[in-house]
Design a protein around this ligand. Structure first.
Ligand SMILES: C[S@@+](CC[C@H](N)C(=O)[O-])C[C@H]1O[C@@H](n2cnc3c(N)ncnc32)[C@H](O)[C@@H]1O
Length: 338
């Protein structure tokens, strides 16, 4: 096992996942990551030996969790990769819907071929790993690694000469083939597969439906932070459209808007009686402000602890203090079992 691979998920907790997991109460055995995203926290919890349930509303994130959280030992061989790329690219869903929107026409045809060939892999974990690798390739080829960029900007940033002249970076990886990126990441994605001898599970549900289904000692919540860049359907919905070969719809229960977020939290906290502990990631930039969020939590629980992790990130080699603070709220649920 070589550890969590390069996923590059917006808003991921990769750098602080071990810190978050170190705050899981000692007597907990089962951990429910209800907004699992790129699955970095689930991965750290799996490493710690917990039985992990990972859930996210995006189908692509379900495949990430299926690849490394639920999957204990299946990997993709070079022969599987040959299977993925066999045959002639054709004009399918991606070509019809997204040629000259996100990728060039020939690239869309290759994506259509890959989508078709995935079905020839005869194992659900192989399919999940294949989707994860194709996602990685699609993200590497997409400027800013998200699908909220318009086509003229995409073309500009994929023009290596233009990019070099304006940004001093040629970004040549955007123009490498899907095959190049899949092969480049294959061993890291395979090496991230490991077993912790627990029956871990990936789910693909709205959080409120997932709560109905999943029982665990701890629920961990890392929802989109209202008031920050948080349009996850915009960032990644195209990947779900690709998987389902049907345009995906924005999420109904949206934790994005500053106007409705307090209501959403009330609704969410009101449904957590069956979890002994609640853990919630939060940030000093998110709305509502920390104290207001605390007052919402106090409507449902009395024992609340707040832990702080100041982020420091590097800018051009210098340490720059960032004002953002990551919080971790840990709640002992007094109504557990009542
Ligand atoms: C901040 S990200 C989680 C990041 C994750 N902890 C990681 O380390 O990669 C928030 C996630 O919430 C998911 N999400 C948004 N609304 C949801 C809903 N109603 N039900 C379930 N998941 C939702 C988004 O798809 C996104 O992946």
């Amino acid at each position: 096992m070589n550890g969590y691979p390069k996923v590059n998920y917006i808003g991921n907790k990769e750098k602080i996942a071990d810190w978050i997991v170190s705050l899981i109460p000692q007597n907990a055995e089962t951990f429910f990551d209800a907004f699992s995203g790129g699955a970095s926290v689930s991965y750290a919890a799996k490493k710690k030996g917990l039985c992990v349930y990972s859930n996210d509303i995006l189908r692509i994130n379900y495949f990430l969790a299926k690849s490394w959280i639920e999957n204990n030992n299946i990997t993709l061989t070079e022969k599987d990769v040959d299977t993925l790329f066999q045959g002639v690219p054709f004009e399918g869903f991606m070509y019809r819907e997204y040629a000259n929107t996100y990728y060039y026409p020939d690239e869309c045809k290759t994506l259509d071929l890959l989508r078709h060939n995935i079905e020839s892999l005869n194992d659900e974990y192989k399919k999940a790993l294949a989707f994860s690798l194709i996602r990685r390739a699609m993200i590497r080829k997409m400027p800013y690694s998200r699908f909220t960029i318009n086509w003229s900007k995409i073309q500009q940033l994929r023009d290596e000469k233009f990019s070099y002249e304006h940004y001093k970076r040629s970004r040549s990886y955007h123009n490498k083939s899907f095959k190049y990126h899949v092969e480049d990441n294959l061993s890291a994605y395979n090496n991230a597969v490991f077993s912790n001898r627990k029956e871990n599970k990936a789910l693909n549900l709205d959080v409120f439906d997932a709560i109905d289904k999943v029982s665990a000692d701890v629920i961990y919540m890392d929802p989109p932070y209202a008031g920050t860049m948080n349009d996850y359907h915009g960032f990644y919905g195209v990947l779900d459209s690709y998987i389902n070969e049907e345009k995906s719809r924005p999420f109904d229960n949206n934790f994005q808007s500053k106007d409705t977020i307090s209501e959403m939290f009330e609704k969410l906290f009101g449904k957590l009686k069956k979890y002994r502990y609640w853990m919630l990631s939060y940030n000093s930039k998110a709305k509502p402000a920390k104290d207001e969020l605390l007052s919402i939590i106090y409507k449902f629980a009395k024992s609340v602890e707040v832990f702080e992790m100041p982020y420091a990130y590097k800018v051009t080699g210098k340490e720059k203090k960032q004002k953002d603070i990551e919080y971790l709220f840990r709640v002992k649920n007094d109504n557990y079992g009542k």
